[in-house]
Design a protein around this ligand. Sequence first.
Ligand SMILES: *[C@@H]1O[C@H](CO)[C@@H](O)[C@H](O)[C@H]1NC(C)=O
Ligand SMILES: *[C@@H]1O[C@H](CO)[C@@H](O)[C@H](O)[C@H]1NC(C)=O
Ligand SMILES: *[C@@H]1O[C@H](CO)[C@@H](O)[C@H](O)[C@H]1NC(C)=O
Length: 463
Amino acid sequence: MTSMFPRSTFQLLALCLTLFSSSVWFFSSRTGGANGHSASYLHYGRAPPTPPADVNVNVDVTESAHDPIWDIQNRTLGFQKIYAISMPHRTDKRDFLALMALVSDLEIEFFDGVNGSEIHPTALPSFWSGEDGPGTIGCWRAHVDLYQKMVRERIQSALVLEDDADWDILIKAQMTEVARGTRYIQNATLPLHSPYGDNWDLLTVGHTGANNKPNKDQHYWLSKNDPTVIHPTRRTWGRTPDFSAPSLEGDYNRIIHEASKLTGTAGYAISLRGAARILYDQTMGQNARSIDTAMANICRRDPFGSPFCLSSYPMLFGRYRPAGPQDKDSDRRLSTNEAGGAVPQSKDIRTEAVSEFTVFPASLNVQRLLMSESVIPANDPDTDLLKEIDVSKAVLPRGKGVFVREGEYVEFNKILADRKKEEEAAQKSGGVKRDESVEIDARTEGQEKVDIEHRALRFRRMR
Ligand SMILES: *[C@@H]1O[C@H](CO)[C@@H](O)[C@H](O)[C@H]1NC(C)=O
Ligand SMILES: *[C@@H]1O[C@H](CO)[C@@H](O)[C@H](O)[C@H]1NC(C)=O
Ligand SMILES: *[C@@H]1O[C@H](CO)[C@@H](O)[C@H](O)[C@H]1NC(C)=O
C-alpha cells in the first residue's frame, strides 16, 4: 500500500517532541490543585515552566520517544484536524464545545452545517435512498462537503465530531490504545506517517452500536477491565459485537475490531483515502443516503477491498445533553433515540445536563477542570468500574492482540445451527421458512440489489 500520509519524518519528530512536552505540562499541572499551579492554557502571556521529567500520559510508555504514537498527545489527537460540524446559528452548542475542548487540551475547528432547504434542487443527489426531508439531506451534505474539502486540500486525516459529541477526559490515553489496536489489526510497522497506521479509511469511535464480523477468523485488540468502558447495562442500543468467543468475554472490556454494520456518526476519524472513497461512493457511486446509513453500508460491504471501518467497542465519543428544552438537541426534523432510531423531538425540559455513554465526561467536569482538580467522579458510580479516578496518576490498562477463529463464537454458531435445523424442518414440511428476526451480518452480503429507477423517482419527489 502506498502511503497516504506523505510528510517528512523530521517534521514529525519535531512536532512530536514539542507537543509531547506541552501536553505533559497539562496533565502534571492538574496535580497542583488549589496551590496555584495553572493548566497549560493559562500562561498569562508567559511561556510555561519546563515540565518535569516523569511523564504522565495515562498509558504505559512502551513505544520509543520518536514513535508517531506520541503525536496522539497533541491537540488534534494525532490527526491533522479536528472538525465539529455545527449549524452556524448554533452558537450555544459552540460555547459548550469550546470549553470542553479547552479543558481536554484539544483544538477544534468548526465546520458549518448545511440548511437542506437551501441546496439548489439540481445539486441534490440524483439517486437517494435515505429518509426524505431537508434535515437529513442537509446533514448528509455537511459531511460530504467536509470530504470534498479534505480531498481538495489534501488533508491527511481528521476527527469529525457532531456538535453534541462528548468524550472522556482521558481521551488522549484512550486514543493511544486505539492506535495500538488499529496498528495491530493493520499489521503496521514503523516507519509510519499516521500514529494509527497508514492503511485505514474510517475509525468509527463514536457510534451508537456496532457489529463485528463474526463469520471469519480475525484479530482483535482487547483491553480488559478498562475503567473508561461503560457497563453492558448502559449500552442501550441495538447493535453489539458477538462477544461469545471465550477470549473476548468480560463486562469492562474494550475491543478494537473490524466493524460490520454500525449506527450513528457522533464521532469518527477519516483519512484522506477514506474521505475520497466515501465522496466517490456517495456521489459518482450513486449510493447517497442519510450519512449514518451510508457509512454503515460501506462498513458492511467493504467495497474498496480492505476492511473499511475499524471500530472501538464500546465507543469513545458519547453525547452531551445540556439542561433546558429538549427540542434544542437536534437541528434535524427528528431526534435520535438511544437505539439510533428517529423519534419526534420532545418539548420537555431537562432539569440536569447529562452525558450519555461516557464514564469521565469532559462536559460534566468542565467546572472541576477549570479549578484544576484532578479527581474526577464516574458518570454512573453504580455500574462504572471505578467510583472516581485521579487523572494525575491513572494509567489505562494496556490491551493485547487476540486472534479469534470463526468456530469460537458460541452464539454465532448456535444461531447458524438453529437456522439450519429450522430450514431442514421447513423443507420436510413443504415450503422453506426463514427466521427473519435473526440477522447475521456479512452473510447478507449481496442481498442489497439496488433499484436505480426507484431511487431516481425519489429524487424527483424531493425536488
Ligand atoms: C498532531 O499530529 C498530527 C500527526 O502527526 C499532525 O498532523 C497535526 O498537525 C498535529 N496537531 C497539532 C495541533 O499540532
Ligand atoms: C433554512 O432555509 C430556509 C429556506 O431559505 C429558511 O426558511 C429557514 O429558516 C432556514 N433554516 C435555518 C435554521 O436557517
Ligand atoms: C503480520 O505479518 C506477519 C508477517 O507477514 C505475520 O507473521 C503476522 O501473523 C501478522 N500479524 C497479524 C496481526 O496479522
